[in-house]
Design a binder for this molecule. Structure first.
Ligand code: AMP
Length: 162
C-alpha cells in the first residue's frame, strides 16, 4: 500500500532485459522521481528446464551458469544507467510472474512496474507476464504499454490524450 498521502515509497521495476526494458524503465524512473520513492529492479532467470519442459536429454548446468553470469552483468549495467545501487538489484531464478510478486512483497514494494503488450486472440488467452503479476500481487501494478508504441529511444508520449 502506498503509505502517507497515497504516494508510493518503493517502486519495483521488473525487466526482461530486452530492448523494451528501456521504455518501461523510463516510466518507473519518472514515477519514482515524482513520488520521491526508492527504485528497485528485478530480473528473473527462467530455468531452462522450465522453458523447455525438461525434455532436453543433456546436462544444462553449464549453459544455465553462463546465462546466469550474462544476466548478472547485463542487469548490473542496466541498473547503473538508472542509478539503482547494487543492493537494490535482484537477480532471481524461477518463474517470472511469481518471483516478481514474491520479491516485491519481500522488499516492501508498494508498486510493481512491468511492460505489457497489447495482445490479441490466442496470445491473450495464453496470458502474459503482466497479467500473471497483476493476478495475485499484493500491491499496485503499473502495466506500461509497449510493443505497438515506440519501445526504444523515444520518450513516452504524454501528449496523446483522451
Ligand atoms: P512478457 O509478457 O513476457 O512479454 O513480459 C512483459 C513484461 O514482464 C516485461 O516488460 C517485464 O516488465 C516483465 N518480465 C517479463 N519477463 C521477465 C523476467 N524474466 N524478469 C523480470 N521481468 C520480466
Amino acid at each position: 500500500m502506498p503509505e502517507q498521502h497515497g504516494v508510493y515509497r518503493r517502486v519495483m521495476l521488473a525487466v526482461d532485459l530486452t530492448e523494451e526494458s528501456n521504455y518501461v524503465a523510463r516510466r518507473a524512473v519518472a514515477l519514482a522521481k515524482a513520488c520521491d520513492a526508492e527504485l528497485r529492479i528485478v530480473h528473473v532467470i527462467e530455468p531452462l528446464s522450465l522453458a523447455y519442459g525438461g525434455d532436453i536429454p543433456m546436462d544444462l548446468s553449464t549453459v544455465q551458469e553462463q546465462i546466469h553470469d550474462q544476466a548478472r552483468s547485463h542487469l548490473a549495467e542496466f541498473a547503473a544507467t538508472l542509478g539503482v545501487p547494487e543492493d537494490h538489484q535482484y537477480l532471481i531464478f524461477g518463474r517470472p510472474e511469481s518471483e516478481i510478486q514474491r520479491v516485491a512483497e519481500a522488499k516492501g514494494a508498494d508498486v510493481i512496474v512491468v511492460g505489457s503488450h497489447g495482445r490479441h486472440g490466442l496470445a491473450l488467452l495464453l496470458g502474459s507476464t503482466a497479467n500473471g503479476v497483476l493476478h495475485g500481487a499484493n500491491c499496485d501494478v503499473l502495466a506500461v504499454r509497449v510493443g505497438e508504441v515506440e519501445t526504444t529511444t523515444e520518450e513516452p508520449d504524454d501528449s496523446a490524450g483522451v
